[in-house]
Design a protein around this ligand. Structure first.
Ligand code: NOJ
Ligand code: CA
Length: 569
């Protein structure tokens, strides 16, 4: 494990880059704010909350897909890349939102979903209509007279089968996700040109970059050979190493990205420490950042779908993942830090403690972690007020295609559906998609009249933005304070990261250093008192600058439950 210092530590050598200094705030539009009472969040809802977003101090907003979509997978199935989803509003609303963000000094990145489209996209309707349609090769087809193609695993298919037979042309099409998300054929240059044209359309409107959905999956071996044995427990690895992936990313950079001052972030599914720099080494001219999936399995049981270990997770595993990734970018490239997003449960439930006793203090601890690591933080909406998992008891309450189809799969294959529902209380994606809790009025102030598209968490009476607004010691105001602090000190952005006391199972401690400035971050991840060993650190003149306990009486040698302390040494 790399405990050495990493990265440059000389202030004068630093080449400052805006997206390295940014805090990204992720908004799931369906769940942020409903403006017209249909129970679904929308663009005008976001516009009405621009002052709130500005008040957080964040620099960039990442919006999940807002494009026309039949919503098989909440917008990750796009039927028109240049249209706005009816439920979300109009292009005029979008233009107003972009302007509103920019006038507040906030940048906007959109979700680029180009591994697949919706089956309702015009390209796919053309493509499936006949074998000689000009759009046929915009997708991956396999003629049925050749028999069934070699197995491909689908993440959302009830039978896990990524080939769907289509009788119109007696052929199978490929869908790594749901049957309504056919994979686009990047091997076809016409398709690539259409995508680049569409990207320029949005960039010319003035957006500031893209978050790229499952982008490592875009290149496929179109002879579709059987997947080699070594990938059978990890299809994502196989899918993320297609033969021409980096050729396409370089081309995309040349044709589109390099012409704008923007940021790009890949959803790094299947990417590991050995392959990451192939995406983000600046000399390769591909993308700026990616986010890895290495924390996802921590504290989960093997061989079962997203099943939490009843003993919780091992903090050392978490430290090792973050430390290894910091080391990956020691010389070049740039990392990202996140604990939650729309594909994961709430960070408070998954990594902190959502009990009444520890909700506040452990939320603040996780926020301290996210905003003091090296790498651009991606912070998910609602985490700044300590929202927690809703923990639905019934499959009927779930909307997510992943949960619903996996439930059917388990049901059909004779598995234990009750156990699955218990596991989903901790790990399901819908946990992070419940409506944002604005205040303690009906529906948490998310919608005026409507029934919400997904149930509101009943704890909104206690957990909401409005009550925290007034409380200087709230989770919300702590988040704002930490953002201000991160911005005030380049050490937190460009300083090296050094892990301390790795074997400590309770406390995550590290140093950040730039030139002569050294900061020490000490985080007790447990609901009990803990200590940390800091043998080589001179604490004689250490000054405590931040604490998540109001009395500021923290002691690194006797940490209180979930205590987070930042010292200047
Ligand atoms: C990753 C997205 O983040 C997720 O929400 C979606 O279901 C899949 N990609 C498919 O687009
Ligand atoms: Ca609405």
């Amino acid at each position: 494990m790399a405990n050495e210092q990493t990265g440059s530590n000389n202030n004068e050598e630093i080449e400052r880059v805006w997206w390295k200094e940014a805090v990204v705030y992720q908004i799931y539009p369906r769940s942020f704010k409903d403006s017209n009472g249909d129970g679904i969040g929308d663009l005008r809802g976001i516009i009405s909350k621009l002052d709130y977003i500005e008040s957080l101090g964040v620099d960039v907003v990442w919006l999940n897909p807002i494009f026309s979509s039949p919503n098989d997978d909440n917008g990750y199935d796009i039927s028109d890349y240049q249209g706005i989803m009816n439920e979300f509003g109009t292009m005029a609303d979008f233009d107003e939102l972009l302007k509103g963000l920019h006038s507040r000094g906030i940048k906007l990145i959109l979700d680029l979903v180009v591994n697949h489209s919706s089956d309702e996209h015009r390209w796919f309707r053309e493509s499936r209509s006949s074998r000689d349609n000009p759009y046929r090769n915009f997708y991956h087809w396999w003629p049925a007279e050749k028999g069934k193609p070699a197995n491909r695993f689908s993440f959302f298919d009830v039978n896990n089968d990524a080939w769907k037979y289509d009788d119109r042309t007696n052929s199978y099409y490929l869908h790594y996700f749901s049957q309504k998300q056919p994979d686009l054929n990047w091997e076809n240059p016409h398709l690539r040109n259409e995508i680049y044209r569409m990207m320029r359309f949005w960039l010319d409107k003035g957006i500031d970059g893209f978050r790229m959905d499952v982008i490592p999956f875009i290149s496929k071996d179109t002879s579709y050979p059987p997947i080699p044995e070594q990938y059978h427990n990890d299809y994502a690895r196989y899918y993320s190493e297609g033969p021409f992936l980096h050729k396409y990313l370089k081309e995309m950079n040349r044709e589109v990205l390099c012409r704008y001052d923007i940021m790009t972030i890949a959803e790094g599914i299947g990417v590991n420490n050995e392959t990451a720099l192939n995406f983000v080494d600046p000399e390769r001219r591909e993308l700026n950042m990616l986010y890895h999936f290495d924390t996802l399995g921590i504290g989960l049981l093997p061989f079962e779908f997203k099943a939490p270990d009843p003993n919780g997770y091992n903090l050392i595993d978490l430290k090792d993942v973050f430390t290894r990734w910091d080391y990956t970018y020691a010389e070049k490239g740039w990392g990202t830090v996140y604990l939650a997003n729309h594909d994961n449960p709430r960070m408070l439930t998954r990594w902190g403690n959502d009990s009444e006793e520890f909700r506040e203090v452990s939320s603040k601890l996780l926020t301290t972690f996210l905003l003091t690591m090296r790498g651009t933080p991606y912070y998910y909406m609602g985490d700044e007020i300590g929202m927690s998992n809703i923990k639905f008891d019934s499959i009927e309450d779930y909307q997510d295609i992943e949960t619903r189809n996996m439930y059917l799969h388990i049901h059909r294959t004779g598995g234990d559906t009750n156990r699955f529902i218990e596991n989903q209380k901790i790990t399901a994606r819908d946990n992070s998609r419940t409506p944002f809790q604005w205040d303690n009025t009906d529906n948490a102030g998310f919608t005026q009249n409507g029934t919400t598209w997904l149930k509101v968490n009943k704890n909104y009476n206690k957990v909401n933005a409005s009550s925290q607004e007034k409380d200087p010691g709230s989770i919300l105001n702590y988040f704002r304070k930490l953002i201000k602090y991160r911005k005030s000190d380049l050490t937190l952005i460009y300083g090296t990261y050094t892990l301390i006391d790795r074997e400590n199972p309770n406390v995550y401690a590290y140093k950040r250093q730039l030139d002569d400035e050294v900061l020490l971050v000490v985080l007790n991840f447990k609901p009990h008192e803990s200590t940390v060993s800091l043998p080589d650190i001179d604490l004689s003149s250490a000054k405590l600058i931040i604490s998540n306990y109001e009395d500021m009486k923290g002691r690194y040698d006797k940490l209180r439950p979930y205590e987070a302390l930042i010292y200047a040494l």
